[in-house]
Design a protein around this ligand. Structure first.
Ligand SMILES: *Cc1c(COP(=O)(O)O)cnc(C)c1O
Length: 396
């Protein structure tokens, strides 16, 4: 049991990897090391820990044993050499983007990034003249025409929120390898259970662990995974000195949440697929967007790099904006909330919520109409989720 035995299957790794009870008084569940600092046995030991001559803990902003268990578990799930946990998804995104760029660099991004990531890029432009370009990244020509002399990295979200377009990661990484550019993927929407960007040639994976990794809507956290050298560099620079670390208790919540990742993701995906088939048949639904739907324009790319379709879908109502408001307000079981990946089914209206800050024309160009709604399909019985959607659809 634990790290001494080779474990290959994801369903087992989520429960066992990175933790060996015999090293923690045989405690079956990982303990919470709720301490800010660690006592050295001597002056000499303290000096050795600081110089790196001896491994061991010093201070919990640098590392903490409970957080280490989480990091080793995530590294194992993403099949990475190393992983690093943060106090939020945005702490992870900012530490990575600021760690891997310098003033006057350029970042090539997929279109339709998470709002705060977009905000961070604006800030980096204003403060350090680090510019970014947003592209569909659909073809090699697309990549070639957007790359610059000073491009430091390519930053991707796939599927793209909330239109669920998919980017071919192998296409991007084979191009980037030739040019020596690093590829970073925000894998929040899928988790390593569904997609493993590092195995497709990407250099770094980022998660808002707040979402599916934690899975219970009770923790804000982030995590990154990749090669040891990159992870160590970020650990020793932007994470240590900006300080967006994860608390031992929140790490423990994540360790607990991740144990059920495989079973949860299966249910999220199965429920989503069921709802897609029912929504598509309803006369008041104009369009449904879900990468696991055979009629989705990117279905073949999704099939190639994703194990399943994921738990997120979006759809457009046949009706006006006012009718969309009435529809959402009539839902009883489904909660009106941003975030995603929780046990509860959540609905949000991108045009007035997550993408309200995007100017209307840019929003239209991204495929976000006023009637578009995004559903984070929860773990409830699909029949109950559907009954709620249907009663609201039949009466709005
Ligand atoms: C939520 C989210 C983030 C930010 O994560 P926080 O944990 O809220 O800081 C980044 N990327 C994506 C895709 C997200 O959904």
């Amino acid at each position: 049991m634990g790290e001494d035995k080779r474990i290959d299957r994801m369903e087992t790794k989520v429960i066992h990897s990175g933790y060996n009870p015999s090293k923690h008084y045989d405690s079956l569940t990982p303990p919470i090391y709720q301490t800010s600092t660690f006592a050295f046995s001597s002056m000499e030991q303290g000096a050795k820990r600081f110089s790196g001559e001896e491994s061991g803990y010093i201070y919990s902003r640098l590392s903490n044993p409970t957080v280490t268990i989480l990091e080793e578990r995530v590294a194992s799930l993403e099949e990475a050499e190393s992983a690093l946990a943060f106090g939020s998804g945005m702490a992870a995104v900012s530490s990575v983007l600021m760690g891997l760029t310098k003033a006057n660099d350029h970042i090539l991004c997929s279109k339709g990034l998470y709002g705060c990531t977009f905000g961070l890029l604006q800030l980096m432009k204003e403060k350090y003249n680090i510019t970014s370009t947003f592209s569909d990244l659909q073809t090699e020509e697309d990549l070639l025409s957007n790359i610059q002399e000073n491009t430091a990295c390519i930053y991707i979200e796939t599927p793209i929120n909330p239109t669920m377009k998919v980017i071919d990661l192998e296409l991007v990484t084979s191009f980037a390898k030739k040019k020596g550019i690093k590829v970073i993927v925000d894998n929040t929407f899928l988790t390593p259970y569904i997609q493993k960007p590092l195995l497709l040639g990407c250099d770094l994976v980022i998660h808002s662990a707040t979402k599916y990794m934690g899975g219970h809507g009770d923790v804000i956290a982030g995590v990154i995974a990749g090669e040891k050298d990159i992870i160590n560099y970020i650990r020793k620079t932007t994470q240590k000195d900006i300080g967006g670390v994860l608390s031992p208790f929140d790490a423990w919540l994540l360790i607990r949440g991740i144990k059920t990742l495989a079973v949860r993701m299966d249910r999220h995906c199965d429920n989503a697929l069921k709802l897609v088939s029912l929504l598509k048949k309803h006369p008041r639904i104009k369009a449904v967007y879900y990468p696991g739907d055979i009629e989705h324009p990117d279905y073949l790319i999704a099939k190639k790099q994703m194990k399943k379709g994921g738990g997120l879908l979006s759809f457009e109502l046949e009706g006006t904006y006012e009718e969309a408001v009435r529809f959402v307000n009539r839902l009883k079981l489904i909660a009106i909330a941003v975030s995603l990946g929780d046990a509860e089914t959540l609905i949000q209206h991108p045009a007035s919520m997550t993408h309200a800050g995007v100017p209307p024309n840019a929003r239209k160009a991204m495929g976000i109409s006023d009637e578009l709604l995004r559903l984070s399909v929860g773990l409830e019985a699909w029949e109950d989720i559907w009954e709620d959607v249907k009663q609201a659809l039949d009466s709005f």
